[in-house]
Structures are given as structure tokens and as C-alpha cells.
Design a protein around this ligand. Sequence first.
Ligand code: PGA
Length: 260
Amino acid sequence: MSNTFTKHTDRQNLTLCSDAEQASIYTARQIADVILEKQKQGERAILGLATGKTPIKVYQELIRLHKTEKLSFHNVISFNLDEYYPICSKSIQSYSYFMQHHLFGHVDIQPGNIHIPHADCSSDRIPFYCTDYEEKIRSFGGLDLQLLGIGRNGHIGFNEPGSSFDSTTRLVDLHALTRKDAEGDFGTIENVPYQAISVGIHTIIKAQKIMLLAIGKDKSQIISKALRGEISTEVPASLLQTIPHVEFILDRDAAALIGD
Ligand code: PGA
């Protein structure tokens, strides 16, 4: 891909792309390669998927590969990172709806292979569902690939600042900036849920391969902190500096402040 170059440093695998489109196409290709490699081996591909604005173009490219290059999702088992709590899974702000709308409704994934944290359950069922979610991931042998975005406060999934590095799936309180960034989706800030169910940081880093995608200048400051700053629970994504199987895929704008 002419506009993409990959730069490996001692600390990090960085893939720098000219723009959002190149970054998304590159990311989709990596995901497709995992699916195809597993198909060749007659195995299932266990994918950890993300929501938000960042992966939308990635999913568009995966749909294109499905429709024009016959990429099949038949062997894909998916686990989404998070879901607002409480929310009805049919609500258009839910991540269940998002995934159906942006990916699952357009490819041949088997509905029974889709997993999204269950957020229309009663609060006393949450611990059960969280343990069950972890158990399900384990039962498939863990995630082959985890796709991540990054929040402007450094969250990965909804692991907000202060999240423990050994956290697993649980109910979390949403950070004020996260709620503010979601305001557009919910119409008013009052409508944005205060909580979510999120897989933990420990759950994420156990994946065989992690791809963190960041696009746009709104992400440049947090990317600089996460990749070049101190490793701290205050910037959850900073932990990824220490994990060798992470690839950071950045467009030019998101990479603007990281220097050489
Ligand atoms: P965004 O969210 O893609 O909508 O910027 C990223 C995230 O919160 O992980």
C-alpha cells in the first residue's frame, strides 16, 4: 500500500498511514488475514471488536471484502469490548445496534457466534453475566485479535482512567469526558448512561494480537501520552507500551505529536 509505511521501534510497532481511509483499509486487511488464516487451518477466528467512530470505515472495508472478494465470516466468533448500562439492546444507541448496522447485518457471521456484553439485565445479574462473558472467551481459547480505539482520556474499551491493569469484565462508571463525547449520540448529556459493562484491561492484553487504531487530530494528544508518556493507570492505553504484540495504527493527524 503506497501511502502506508510501517515503522518498528524498540518499544513499539507503529504503522503510520497517510489518512483515515488508508489506516482503515490496512486494519481491515489485517483482520481479514486472521480470518483467512484460520479458515485455512479449519479453525474459528476469535475476534474482539470495538465500537465508536474509529472502526466504522474498517467495518465498511470488511463488508466490501465480503461482497467483492468473498471474504466469509462463517468461522468468526466475535466478542465486543463493551456496552452501555443500562440500555435496551434494540435501542439505536446500543452497541448491539451499532454492530448490526455497521457490520453484522451485512456479512455472513452466524448470529449465535456474536457476543456483546448483556446490558439489559437486572443489576443483580451483572456479576453473573460478567463472569460468564470471561468464561465464554476462555472457552474458545481466548481472542486471536483484539481491535481497539482509544478515548480522549486514554480509555481502551470502557476501562476509564484509574482502571486496574488486572481488571476483567465488570460494571464501570463512565468518565465525564466519555459521557460528553457520547452526547451527540444520545441527544442530550442527561440521556447518556452513567455506567457500562466493559471487558477488562487484563482481558484485552491476553489477546494474541492487539491493534489500536487512532484517527484524527482529536486523538493526537492522548496518543502522544499513551505512546510516549509515563505508564500509568491514569492513561489506561499507556500499559500497551509494555505489550509486544500490540500494533498502533495511526493516521497522520493522530500521530502528529509523537515525534520520532
Ligand atoms: P471513537 O471512540 O472511535 O468514537 O473516537 C473511541 C473509543 O472510545 O474507544
